[in-house]
Each structure stands twice: as C-alpha cells, then as structure tokens.
Write a protein that binds this ligand. Sequence first.
Ligand SMILES: [Fe+2]
Ligand SMILES: [Fe+2]
Length: 163
Amino acid sequence: MTQHDQTDLIATWLKDAYAMETTIIEVLEKQIAMTADLPGIQAGIQTHLEDTRIHAESVQRCLEALGQDPSAIKAGMAKLGGKVQGLMMAIPEDSLIKNALHDYATEHMEIASYKALIIAAQEANLPDIADACQIILRDEEAMAVWLDQQLPTLVRLSLSKAS
Ligand SMILES: [Fe+2]
Ligand SMILES: [Fe+2]
C-alpha cells in the first residue's frame, strides 16, 4: 500500500471516529436530561459530554490536516452516523441499567478505535494524528474506569426500584 493509500484509509477511520463522537454527543445529551435525580451520575456524564465535543473537534482537525474538506466531512455524517448508530450507538433506552451497559460498551468501542488509529498513524508516519488520538484515548479510558466504578451503584439502584 502506498503512503497515499494509507493516508486515505486513515482518513476513512477518522471519519468513522468523527461520526461516532457526534453520535455520542446526542446520546449523552439525552442521558443528562434523564439523570436529573442522580446528580453524581449526571455530573460525570456532563463532564464527558464536554470532553466528547472536544474529541469531535480534534478528529475534525485531524481530517483537515489530511486535506479533507470540512464541509464534505459534515455532509458525509448523516450516512456514516446512521451506520455507526445502527452498529453500536442505539438511541438510549429508558432504563438506567441499559444505559449504563450501553455507555460501558461505547467507551470500550472508542478505546479500541483510538488504539487502532494511534497504531495506524504511527505506521504511516503521521505523528500529529497519533498524538491527537492519544489525548482522546486518555479521556475514553478515564470514562471507562468511572463507568466501571458506577456500575455497582446503578445495579443496586435498579434492584431497589424493582422491589
Ligand atoms: Fe470520545
Ligand atoms: Fe467517550
């Protein structure tokens, strides 16, 4: 594969990451509205929503650095967003635990995506893109740890509501 082909492939993966981030923004906004009675959880989601907006902007800058037209990136989102959404970003369920499991899986999907992008960018000698993805990866890993810590509370809360 030529350097040009590698760069094209990395741009495709970055577009998927951009679609993923923009979809997650919508999901987190809905979850914030749904967690008004759980201020600790709501605050954690709010913080990650702000991180996620920065992730989308950072990925967009990576795409622009690869010569992708910003308007074309946005225009392709409806299609890509739908694809990613269908795959793993379904609209939030109304149950607390289903949302928690969904978020847990989502963060790990993000972790895997950025790990793959970091390796690809390093292989293709695109260090700025590798660095940008590394910064995002740290936020995703921190969110995954936080979600893991919330899981026992959310399970117990769900059980107590059922009893
Ligand atoms: Fe993210
Ligand atoms: Fe995330």
